[in-house]
Design a protein. Structure first.
Length: 138
């Protein structure tokens, strides 16, 4: 597996992994990502989806301890919508082991699903993995 770092910011990094198909990896490197930097990270990630023809993104959130619903809302409703239109079809998430964080994700996702029933993210394959190795295999 060859990994090329695209950018490293204070709270996360973006890399491209050359596996069976080019895969974008966004890795949280802090316990919390402020929404401004979250958007900056995913703007860089989105540029890679477009220019590299990426069809699969892995978001490794294992370092996060703080769940932020407004970031999740932007991520689903705006970023994923745009990326779907550029060919992104699979999104793999690696969550922290913290059960409260996982429950917050579940509740937040349920609200977004309910509030945006026509969102293109419903047509995207969104799956969860426990490790980077598992995420790459999905």
């Amino acid at each position: 597996m060859i990994q090329k770092v695209v950018t490293e910011l204070r709270h996360a990094s973006v890399s491209i992994i050359q596996a069976e198909e080019p895969t974008l990896l966004v890795t949280a490197t802090a316990e919390y990502i402020p929404i401004e930097q979250f958007r900056e990270i995913f703007t860089v990630a989105g540029q890679q989806v477009v220019t590299e023809g990426i069809r699969k993104v892995i978001f490794d959130k294992r370092q996060l301890t703080v769940f932020h619903q407004p970031s999740m809302l932007w991520y689903f409703v705006y970023w994923k919508e745009s990326m779907f239109n550029h060919g992104l079809k699979r999104h793999v998430k690696i969550l922290p082991t913290d059960l409260a964080f996982r429950e917050s994700v579940k509740i937040g996702r349920s609200k977004i699903d309910h509030d945006f029933p026509q969102g293109k993210f419903h047509d995207m394959e969104i799956v969860y993995a426990e490790s980077l190795e598992e995420a790459l295999a999905l």
